[in-house]
Design a protein around this ligand. Structure first.
Ligand code: HEM
Length: 332
């Protein structure tokens, strides 16, 4: 197990200097705008030419909204931009999950939690954001929907990567990318890569909890006996949170992530029902009924089940479940 007293070095691939430079560059444009002339600009400004528009590639970004309808339907702009905004956030989510997985592999629950919490905040936004499309009149959507066929949310490689990175790995979804071998290869790489759920069960064991090895294996972990053993293994964290506070806090962030992903599915399916009713999807699914069937997916079923297994410890009188504060395997 990793030495819990060691300084919290970033996992491999993290280059603090580069990040610092990038932050400085980001701060540059507004500062230049405020001060105007070179002489009064603070030291952080290094490149004389870099501007807000150059750095963020704003012109390129604003040239990427190309309607299919001709003449362009007014609402198609909304439809394109909302999907593009989601794709940008999905990109960041994947970036953050990779970091969280690396810290979990280093048995650093609080550092991992920092990045999981960021994803939870993004998800909170994404759950709200879906409702913007409800400002479209259903009849207006019908006027340009046919132009989108057969494009579909099924082909969002990043959404599927997000599911896979969380641990919801269903290889059948790879077939939606048969006509794009590059994207299929990318998704298959994510299928083979480490995921949050596997990193989690490994970390629980590394922290001394009795979570079975089979819980690390996507092919075995949903077997009832493996699931039950994993739930029993993590029970002490929830019975005595004070004794396992870093693990407890991480687990609460992970269940929040699972909750917000499920909430996104719920909100999306309601929005879909409101806009297109029970029409089939452009990707060929039954539409609302298919989407409803996905709403029960959970990346961390053990974290949901453990609530049911909890029993009160009457001797503790309910005060922090009688935690001693002395048994935490990671004292930071
Ligand atoms: C008018 C708005 C929308 C409608 C009518 C709609 C409709 C649908 C339908 C019917 C499906 C099922 C797959 C199919 O047969 O095509 C689907 C899947 C999906 N949609 Fe949407 N959608 C809308 C907005 C959005 C937005 C804004 C996003 C943001 C990224 C999104 C992301 C997805 C994703 C990721 C899937 C795959 C879900 C899964 O397989 O679990 N959709 N959508």
């Amino acid at each position: 197990m990793t030495d819990p007293t060691a300084p919290e070095a970033p996992p491999e691939g993290h280059d603090a200097t580069t990040e610092g430079d990038r932050d400085a560059a980001l701060g540059q444009a507004p500062v230049r705008a405020l001060y105007g002339d070179e002489g009064s600009a603070p030291r952080a400004i290094r490149s004389a030419d870099l501007t807000y528009n150059d750095y963020l590639k704003v012109e390129e970004l604003l040239s990427l909204q190309v309607p299919q309808s001709d003449p362009p339907h007014h609402d198609e702009m909304l439809f394109i931009i909302i999907h593009q905004a989601y794709e940008l956030w999905f990109k960041l989510i994947l970036h953050e999950l990779e970091r969280a997985i690396a810290f979990m592999n280093d048995v650093r629950p609080l550092r991992a939690r920092h990045f999981v919490n960021r994803v939870v905040e993004i998800m909170r936004l994404l759950v709200q954001q879906i409702h913007i499309v409800e400002t479209m009149q259903p009849i207006d959507f019908l006027y340009f929907r046919d132009h989108l066929m057969p494009a579909s949310g099924f082909q969002s490689v990043q959404f599927r990567e997000f599911e896979f990175a969380a641990g919801l790995k269903d290889p059948r979804y790879c077939t939606f990318f048969d006509n794009r071998p590059d994207l299929r290869a990318r998704l298959e790489a994510r299928l083979a890569a480490d995921d949050l759920r596997t990193a989690w069960s490994r970390m629980m064991r590394a922290a001394g909890l009795d979570v079975p090895l089979a819980a690390d294996d996507p092919a075995q972990r949903d077997r009832p006996e493996v699931h039950d053993a994993a739930v029993a293994g993590i029970l002490p964290i929830f019975e005595r949170p004070d004794d396992h506070m870093p693990l407890y806090l991480l687990n609460e962030s992970l269940i929040a992530l699972d909750e917000y992903l499920a909430l996104w599915r719920e909100h999306h399916v309601r929005v879909v029902a409101r806009v297109i009713g029970w029409r089939p999807g452009t990707g060929g699914s039954s539409g609302v009924d298919y989407l409803k069937s996905t709403a029960s997916k959970r990346a961390f079923p053990e974290l949901w089940a453990v609530r049911t297994s909890l029993q009160r410890d009457e001797r503790s009188g309910g005060l922090s479940a009688g935690g001693t504060g002395g048994g935490c395997p990671m004292g930071y």
